[in-house]
Design a protein. Structure first.
Length: 388
């Protein structure tokens, strides 16, 4: 095929040889950011979560937009993700939300990256650096992770007070923040309130001890919308920044715009008689004469195999079914009812075409998973095309 010229966000034109792409609407990201800020109010700061390649949207590009919007903090999962942002000129504060290994501490400090602290191994490494470098030791910012019921990383809330005091005793550590994470904010109101109350009790004990920790945060996307009590003075939205709703009730509470669309083009059409099987496992058998179109996208691109024989796509403004198993590189659709369909026609797998729309949230339900999983699964071999 001929190369398709594509202008990227930095103005560089490059060739794209693949008729499958993800469109990223940066204006939608800006819109969603404004909606979240409006929801939480001017007294609550915002840490936008840009881990996992900004949920598949492009970490650097999304972080630049958010930095321009005045975001207070960026949240990543790993030191590598944080270093990549620094390498691309991102100056906003960055918190590594995962636990790090001792050998990562120096890198984080030297690149002005804040680490999550929740065990003595890392604290001892900081002490070692301070002792080794003496008066030349640079300060390192940390946020303490408190486990109130997630059961993942973090110090159990019952044991946290003594650790807070131990951290404060270490020279050249800036105890900038303290936070927790909810395990079931979307489905268990009782337990989420228990987690909030457990964290509040710890914060009260800290205040009674005349200890000042500037940043206190707990709210993910669901809690940002559903649990105002959890806002404290900083929220950590992820999914809603990208325009997806983690709960079906949220469109009544906040108006978001999906930032990602996923599109491809028909590369092959075949006339199929009745009784023929389509794709692996023969899970679809034609019942009448029809036309089957092949799309150059599959589960290696992140089009989840779980939507096989369940999802629909948009062709010429009409819904048509996905038939047979989604394969690694190709997916088949039944276009027998679409007049004039031809090779090269644009197909929308996520997004709008004409009056209709296909949302990630629905595809995730069909695949038996969640929107986070589906959108993060859109692989790097799918080109991202940015629009402003």
């Amino acid at each position: 095929m001929n190369a398709i010229p594509v202008k990227t966000r930095n103005g560089i034109t490059r060739a794209r040889y693949r008729p499958t792409w993800a469109g990223i609407d940066l204006k939608a990201v800006e819109h969603n950011y404004v909606q979240v800020k409006r929801l939480v109010g001017k007294d609550v700061m915002l840490m936008a979560v840009v881990k996992a390649n900004a949920y598949g949207h492009g970490t650097v590009e999304i972080s630049r937009v958010l930095e321009d919007m005045g975001v207070n903090y960026l949240g990543v999962a790993t030191t590598d993700e944080a270093v990549r942002l620094r390498d691309h000129g991102i100056k906003a504060p960055i918190l590594i939300l995962g636990s790090v290994l001792p050998e990562e501490v120096r890198v984080a400090r030297d690149r002005d990256i804040t680490i999550t602290l929740c065990n003595n191994d890392i604290l001892n490494e900081i002490k070692r650096l301070v002792k080794q470098e003496g008066q030349q030791a640079a300060k390192i910012r940390v946020h303490l992770k408190i486990d109130t019921g997630m059961g993942r990383i973090g110090i159990w809330h019952e044991d946290a007070m003594s650790f807070v005091k131990e951290v404060l005793a270490v020279k050249d550590v800036i105890l900038e923040g303290i936070y927790t994470h909810f395990s079931s904010a979307g489905r268990d109101e009782f337990f989420t309130n228990y987690q909030i109350e457990s964290f509040e009790r710890l914060l009260a004990s800290i205040e009674k001890s005349w200890i000042k920790i500037p940043l206190r945060h707990a709210a993910n996307s669901i809690a940002t919308v559903d649990f105002k009590r959890s806002h404290l003075n900083l929220v950590r939205p992820g999914l809603i920044i990208y325009g997806m709703y983690p709960k079906h009730t949220f469109p009544k509470l906040i108006k978001l715009k999906p930032a990602m669309s996923l599109k491809t083009r028909i590369v092959f059409i075949k006339d199929i008689p009745p009784g023929r099987s389509i794709s692996y496992g023969r899970t679809f058998i034609t019942q009448k004469p029809t036309k089957i179109a092949t799309l150059p996208i599959g589960y290696a691109d992140g089009y989840n195999r779980g939507v096989s024989n369940k999802a629909e796509v948009l062709v010429r403004g009409q819904f048509v079914p996905v038939v047979g198993k989604v394969t690694m590189d190709q997916t088949m659709i039944d276009v027998g009812n679409i007049k004039g369909v031809k090779i090269g026609d644009e197909v929308v797998l996520i997004g709008k075409q004409g009056r209709h729309e296909i949302r990630v949230e629905k595809l995730a339900r069909l695949a038996g998973t969640i929107a986070y999983d589906f959108i993060c699964g859109i692989s790097n071999r799918v080109p991202r095309i940015y629009s402003e």
